[in-house]
Design a binder for this molecule. Structure first.
Ligand SMILES: *[C@@H]1O[C@H](CO)[C@@H](O)[C@H](O)[C@H]1NC(C)=O
Ligand SMILES: *[C@@H]1O[C@H](CO)[C@@H](O)[C@H](O)[C@H]1NC(C)=O
Ligand SMILES: *[C@@H]1O[C@H](CO)[C@@H](O)[C@H](O)[C@H]1NC(C)=O
Ligand SMILES: *[C@@H]1O[C@H](CO)[C@@H](O)[C@H](O)[C@H]1NC(C)=O
Ligand SMILES: *[C@@H]1O[C@H](CO)[C@@H](O)[C@H](O)[C@H]1NC(C)=O
Ligand SMILES: *[C@@H]1O[C@H](CO)[C@@H](O)[C@H](O)[C@H]1NC(C)=O
Ligand SMILES: *[C@@H]1O[C@H](CO)[C@@H](O)[C@H](O)[C@H]1NC(C)=O
Ligand SMILES: *[C@@H]1O[C@H](CO)[C@@H](O)[C@H](O)[C@H]1NC(C)=O
Ligand SMILES: *[C@@H]1O[C@H](CO)[C@@H](O)[C@H](O)[C@H]1NC(C)=O
Length: 496
């Protein structure tokens, strides 16, 4: 146990009578052993980094610290009032052995704006700990703690000016997420929410709707499989949504006029449905990489996607067989005289060599690395087989049947549906049957519109498996919604 005797060297008092008794220069202080003080301008930092501290040393209370760094030590708890009268903007306790944070730990702390308690061993954290008026966090990082449960709603209620929130890898499940439903007012400052590497399973009930100014949501590496179409609909400034490494089978038709980067890589997506991209008006990059069963893309899936903003559609390591499903998009690029390559089809082991690949060469990213199969199993770099494709005509877009493929009315209707059926706010409709989904499939698979006959077989196959998987999703949704109702009901009682 370390014991620190601290005292403040008497300072020559400032001549300025208006100066308060708060000092910002740490040079004259006697500091805990092994801690170092850095002073520049009117900013002082105390660094007690990696010095085997077992507890937080007592600090002089008339100092104005810019940062206190206690990272990489063996501190086990943050005790009551330990920061009493300490003025500090950035408090770093990451990579310690924290097991408890007393609910009065930050009482009478002054002006703390950034708190890092990530990489500890906290099993619980009470958001009431953040109630103190001296706590006005803009950044809060509680990542890498085995919490299992965190009242996220209460945390945001306490932190009214929070901008960045990180709870990465805390084993949170959707019970924690559901606490966001207690938020009823706008939380205008929040810009980033990072809940990646948790155990979340569903993104229903528009739980993020009160974060009007959110720019980025990181939800990668969870087990998410249910998502509302309206998930980010009311977020006017959302730019980045990361849903990589989840269990998404059915891609929601997201609605956003601001979203730029949508990451759906490493999920279980098999099918890309009609009008998937129709309401992504500012989209730049969509990443579908490593959805290894993604074999079928509706020819309407990219209808109305904004080609003026689109920079990259990535389908690496998927199971795309033919390019024709992208023809609606590709021909729009041709019409628009677009010069950039946007579609990445590399590492699709069943991609067939055909004339379309050659015709749309300039829109394919890394065309020179693109390989395809011909006559069964032989793989070729298509760029090296120019002779064989010399017979290919390049008038695909002129010849195809173009009218009637994309229908805005249908695109709008699809917006009403999501994978979270029977949402809380539609109690009476929560037992919705499958009719809506079947309708979607019939629209999707209007075979008469499929452009190249050879692909019809593909669509026919997916029709069956798609319908099946949708059925399952619907039943799951039904049960999830029932339990949601129950939970909501109990919470209601609890509040009363
Ligand atoms: C979610 O986590 C809480 C807290 O650990 C636990 O009580 C609950 O059973 C978990 N729910 C699910 C669906 O795993
Ligand atoms: C969360 O998920 C991980 C990996 O899927 C699993 O090992 C862990 O047991 C889960 N934790 C809880 C609390 O469900
Ligand atoms: C998508 O997310 C994965 C995992 O987080 C990452 O490796 C990949 O680079 C991301 N894709 C894009 C386009 O940012
Ligand atoms: C249920 O659905 C019908 C028609 O789809 C709609 O008119 C009604 O308002 C819905 N009920 C609720 C409670 O949302
Ligand atoms: C589904 O519900 C609609 C009305 O919402 C009803 O007309 C139809 O018969 C139902 N279908 C099945 C298979 O239950
Ligand atoms: C499907 O094709 C048929 C025949 O061409 C057409 O009458 C119908 O309107 C199409 N349906 C949709 C939703 O496009
Ligand atoms: C379909 O593919 C076969 C060989 O796989 C080819 O002989 C036939 O001409 C193709 N049909 C069309 C309409 O492209
Ligand atoms: C699609 O499947 C239906 C029955 O499932 C069959 O009648 C039809 O001929 C198939 N179409 C093609 C192009 O294989
Ligand atoms: C959370 O997900 C689990 C498993 O998917 C489900 O059983 C539970 O009802 C969900 N709870 C909430 C509040 O969404």
């Amino acid at each position: 146990m370390f014991v620190f005797f601290l005292s403040i060297v008497h300072l020559t008092l400032s001549q300025d009578p208006t100066a308060s008794l708060i000092f910002s220069d740490c040079k004259h202080l006697i500091l805990p052993p092994l801690c170092q003080c850095y002073h520049s301008g009117d900013q002082s930092q105390l660094r007690c980094h990696n010095i085997q501290l077992e507890s937080i040393p007592k600090l002089p209370n008339n100092m104005r610290w810019n940062a206190l760094d206690f990272s990489v030590n063996h501190i086990k708890s943050i005790d009551s009032y330990v920061f009493s009268d300490i003025y500090v903007e950035k408090l770093n306790l990451k990579l310690n052995h924290l097991q408890t944070v007393d609910t009065t730990a930050f009482n009478q702390i002054k002006n703390v704006k950034q708190l890092y308690i990530d990489h500890n061993t906290l099993k619980e954290f009470d958001p009431k700990t953040l109630t103190s008026p001296g706590v006005s966090l803009e950044i809060f990082d509680i990542s890498h703690n085995p919490l299992e449960y965190l009242d996220l709603g209460e945390t945001f209620l306490q932190l009214t000016v929070l901008q960045e929130f990180y709870a990465v890898s805390c084993q949170l499940n959707n019970t924690s997420l559901f606490t966001l439903s207690k938020l009823t007012q706008r939380h205008d400052y929040v810009k980033i929410i990072d809940l990646s590497y948790n155990n979340l399973t569903s993104l229903c009930n528009n739980l993020f709707n009160n974060f009007y100014n959110l720019i980025e949501i990181r939800l990668n590496n969870n087990n998410i499989h249910l998502i509302d179409h309206s998930f980010i609909r009311s977020l006017e400034y959302i730019r980045n949504l990361n849903l990589a490494f989840n269990s998404i089978e059915y891609v929601p038709n997201l609605y956003s006029s601001s979203l730029e980067n949508l990451n759906l890589s490493s999920n279980n997506i098999q099918y890309l449905n009609d009008y998937f991209g129709s309401h992504l008006r500012s989209i730049r990059i969509i990443d579908f990489d490593s959805n290894k069963y993604l074999s079928s893309v509706s020819p309407r899936s990219l209808c109305f996607i904004n080609i003026l903003t689109l920079k990259k559609l990535s389908f690496r390591f998927t199971n795309i067989v033919l390019l024709n499903a992208f023809s609606e998009l590709l021909c729009r690029l041709v019409d628009n005289n677009n010069r950039e390559s946007i579609l990445d089809l590399n590492h699709n082991t069943n991609l067939k060599c055909d004339c379309m690949l050659v015709q749309f060469e300039k829109y394919l990213i890394n065309y020179f690395d693109l390989s395809c199969i011909q006559q069964g199993q032989d793989r070729y770099f298509i760029s090296k087989r120019t002779n064989e494709f010399s017979y290919c005509t390049r008038d695909f877009c002129q010849n195809r049947k173009r009218e009637n493929l994309c229908d805005w009315t249908n695109a709008e209707q699809l917006m009403l549906e999501g994978t979270c059926q029977g949402k809380l706010n539609e109690k009476e409709n929560s037992t919705k049957n499958e009719t809506t989904f079947i309708n979607i499939t019939t629209i999707t698979l209007n075979v008469s519109d499929i452009i190249i006959q050879n692909s019809t077989v593909l669509y026919n196959q997916t029709l069956k498996s798609f319908a099946l998987s949708i059925k399952t999703v619907d039943y799951i949704c039904f049960f999830v919604s029932l339990s949601l109702l129950y939970i909501r009901h109990s919470i209601g009682i609890f509040i009363k």
